[in-house]
Design a protein around this ligand. Structure first.
Ligand SMILES: NC(=O)c1ccc[n+]([C@@H]2O[C@H](COP(=O)([O-])OP(=O)(O)OC[C@H]3O[C@@H](n4cnc5c(N)ncnc54)[C@H](O)[C@@H]3O)[C@@H](O)[C@H]2O)c1
Ligand SMILES: [Zn+2]
Length: 370
């Protein structure tokens, strides 16, 4: 089992990564004094994910002495990360944990949707109760497990309402990935590759050498990679827990063009697929501006392709102009001035702003319509 301690200024917690971790969940919670027999444990999950793993989680808790375990289902899918489900979950929790002398422990069992919405429920119920995340997606393990962001979507946009609430413990059980659809594995792998590309050349080279094993979910290769990604994100987040100083900007590599494509294709490509295309665009831009050698975009593109990710939009009939228009609403662009996270090498980045618009347009055209 791989273990990592995250030192967020407001809370220190561990991330446990490996196989058969759900089985150990109950004991880990008692050893860490997070659970007590009398403390009710509320598991927020989804019908699909709970169908696979709820019984194992409940059994592990009951075996170690928890007396009361309950389940609430948030329907599967991003569309349900909303305030209606938030309201339902809170009302269920208030009934489940009705005894005022027993603060419940919330467990989110799922990917980013359940983790974000369930974490937000834990943050607001009685002004905050402890929660732990059992992540069941690769993205959940490498991205949502660090940073403490919890949220719901509004009709006007994703994650428009939320808070910071650090978990007491995170468990990333690699066995859960066996039931995860391939498309979700690929989507998570795009973010894994992102960490290597911006922050860690050794990780990038390990990914190049082991991409087939990783896509086959070989846990000897995957668990240390997940651990390293969490460690890299934790190092960034530690400097800026509340995302106020702009330090987290590096994590947006590939997301400027990526988010715009996601929006224009109306989510017909997954987040990871869009980020993959966005990273190729950003790497090509980095080379075109003379910041890095031509091997940087070439190697990044090869690795993404080896992971089965797209590097261009390919015959989706998207228009460059639409993508450019949406890019102008990117949160990094200040007063209309463009800002990009670009590569100076594999594992090294810099921020650049005010880049010539024709240069951007040429690169976006290449990946959108080329
Ligand atoms: N909090 C953060 O820092 C952070 C970071 C990145 C993304 N996010 C959020 O995460 C969300 C995306 O997360 P995600 O990619 O994990 O998506 P998700 O939670 O929607 O899960 C993807 C799909 O896989 C299914 N699924 C999950 N685990 C499974 C398993 N083990 N077996 C079978 N099916 C399974 C789900 O039911 C769902 O249909 C977005 O809402 C995004 O905003 C949050
Ligand atoms: Zn992302």
């Amino acid at each position: 089992m791989e273990q990592l301690t995250v030192h967020a200024p407001s809370q220190t917690y561990d991330i446990l990564i490996g196989r058969n971790i759900i089985e150990k969940l109950g004991n880990e919670l008692f050893e860490r004094h997070i659970a007590e027999p009398e403390r009710p444990v509320a598991i927020l999950t989804s019908p699909r994910i709970g169908g696979f793993y709820y019984d194992a989680v409940r059994l592990s808790l009951e075996k170690s002495g928890v007396l009361e375990v309950g389940r609430f289902n948030i329907p599967d899918g991003e569309d349900h990360k909303n305030l209606q489900q938030f309201d339902k979950a809170l009302n269920w929790l208030s009934r489940f944990a009705a005894n005022p002398s027993r603060t419940p422990l919330v467990i989110t069992l799922g990917g980013g949707v359940v983790g974000d919405l369930g974490g937000f429920v834990a943050h607001t119920f009685k002004r905050g109760v402890p929660f732990l995340q059992v992540t069941t997606t690769l993205l959940g393990a490498v991205d949502c497990s660090v940073g403490g962001k919890v949220a719901a979507n509004l009709p006007a946009g994703k994650n428009l309402v939320g808070a910071f609430h650090q978990p007491s413990l995170v468990l990333a059980d690699m066995d859960c990935l066996n039931t995860l659809p391939d498309a979700e594995v690929k989507s998570g792998m795009a973010e894994v590759i992102k960490y290597g590309a911006i922050l860690d050349k050794d990780l990038f080279e390990f990914l190049e050498a082991n991409i087939d094993k990783l896509m086959d979910l070989d846990d000897e290769a995957l668990a240390p990679v997940v651990r390293r990604c969490c460690e890299l994100k934790a190092l960034v987040v530690k400097q800026d827990e509340y995302d106020k100083k702009g330090v987290r900007i590096s994590l947006n590599f590939g997301h400027t063009v990526g988010h715009a494509i996601e929006n224009v294709c109306k989510y017909s490509l997954s987040h990871g697929e869009c980020v993959s295309i966005g990273m190729v665009a950003a790497a090509r831009l980095s080379h075109k501006l003379g910041f890095c050698h031509s091997s940087v975009p070439t190697r990044l593109q090869s690795l993404l392709e080896a992971a089965g990710l797209p590097v261009e939009c390919c015959a989706r009939n998207l228009e460059t102009d639409q993508v450019l228009e949406v890019m102008k609403t990117d949160k990094k662009w200040i007063r209309g001035k463009n800002r990009f996270v670009l590569l100076t090498n594999l594992g090294a980045w810099k921020e650049a702003e005010g880049i010539d618009e024709n240069t951007i347009e040429d690169i976006v055209y290449e990946v959108v319509e080329g």
